[in-house]
Design a protein around this ligand. Structure first.
Ligand code: ATP
Ligand code: MG
Length: 205
C-alpha cells in the first residue's frame, strides 16, 4: 500500500475539555465529534491544572493578549454594543485572571489529536469563542449558552467547554507544555489507509 507522500497526516492539535465540559457530562460527546472525522487520538489524560500552569498555557503565544482583546472589542462592536474598554491589553489582563480561576476550578481532560488539517478541522467542529454566536452544529454552538456580555456582567471567563489550538505552531508549543514526549503514542490506525493511502489497493481479496 503506497502511503501518503507528505507529512500532513502528522499535524497535531491540543484539545482540552474545560471543567464545565466535564461537569456537563460531555466528555464522550466531545471525543465522539473529533473521532468521527477520522483524526487519531494520540494522547489523553485528566488532571486539575494549577492557576500558574493556566497562565503559562495562554501565554505560550506572545500575541495572545492582543489578539484576544481585539477579538473581544470586535465582538461587542459587531453587536452595536460598547466594549468594557478600548484597550485590548487591559481587557485581556482581566480575562487571564478569570481564566486562571475557571480552568483550575476542577479536572480537565487534555488530549492530542493527529491527522491532516487537525488544527483547522478541530477549530471548525469546536466553533468560535462565544457560544452565543458560534455556528449551529459546532460543539460550542450546540451544547452551551454563554456570551461576552454575560461573562462580563458577572466578571468571569466565558464558559465554552473546550480549548483547541489556534495554529499548528501554537499546537506544538502547547503540546510540549501539557505532555511529556513519551505520553504521545505513535501508532497506525486501520482507518488511515482509507484516508491517506494513495492507491486503494487493499480492499479487494
Ligand atoms: P481557547 O483558546 O480556550 O480554545 P479561543 O481560542 O476561542 O479559546 P481565546 O481568544 O484564545 O479564545 O480566549 C481564550 C479563552 O478565554 C476563551 O475560550 C474564553 O473562555 C475566554 N475569553 C476570551 N475572551 C474573553 C472575554 N472577553 N471575556 C471573558 N472570557 C473570555
Ligand atoms: Mg485560543
Amino acid at each position: 500500500m503506497a502511503e501518503m507522500k507528505n507529512e500532513f497526516a502528522k499535524e497535531k492539535s491540543l484539545v482540552v475539555i474545560k471543567p464545565d465540559g466535564i461537569q456537563r457530562g460531555l466528555i464522550g460527546e466531545i471525543i465522539k465529534r473529533y473521532e468521527n472525522t477520522g483524526l487519531k487520538l494520540v494522547a489523553l489524560k485528566m488532571f486539575i491544572p494549577a492557576p500558574d500552569f493556566v497562565e503559562k498555557h495562554y501565554l505560550v503565544d506572545p500575541e495572545w493578549p492582543i489578539k484576544t482583546g481585539t477579538k473581544t472589542i470586535k465582538s461587542y462592536k459587531d453587536k452595536g454594543e460598547n466594549p468594557p474598554s478600548e484597550d485590548p491589553l487591559e481587557i485581556t489582563r482581566k480575562v487571564l485572571d478569570n481564566l486562571k480561576k475557571y480552568i483550575s476550578s476542577g479536572p480537565v481532560v487534555a488530549m492530542v489529536w493527529q491527522g491532516a488539517h487537525a488544527v483547522g478541522l478541530i477549530r471548525k467542529i469546536t466553533g468560535s469563542t462565544e457560544p452565543l454566536t458560534s455556528d449551529v452544529g459546532t460543539i460550542r454552538g450546540d451544547y452551551t449558552i454563554d456570551s461576552y456580555s454575560l461573562a462580563d456582567i458577572d466578571g468571569r471567563a466565558i464558559r465554552n467547554l473546550i480549548h483547541a489550538s489556534g495554529t499548528p505552531e501554537e499546537a506544538e508549543k502547547e503540546i510540549a507544555l501539557w505532555f511529556h514526549p513519551e505520553e504521545i503514542n505513535e501508532y497506525r490506525l486501520i482507518n488511515e489507509a482509507m484516508l491517506y493511502d494513495v492507491n486503494l489497493d487493499g480492499i479487494l481479496e
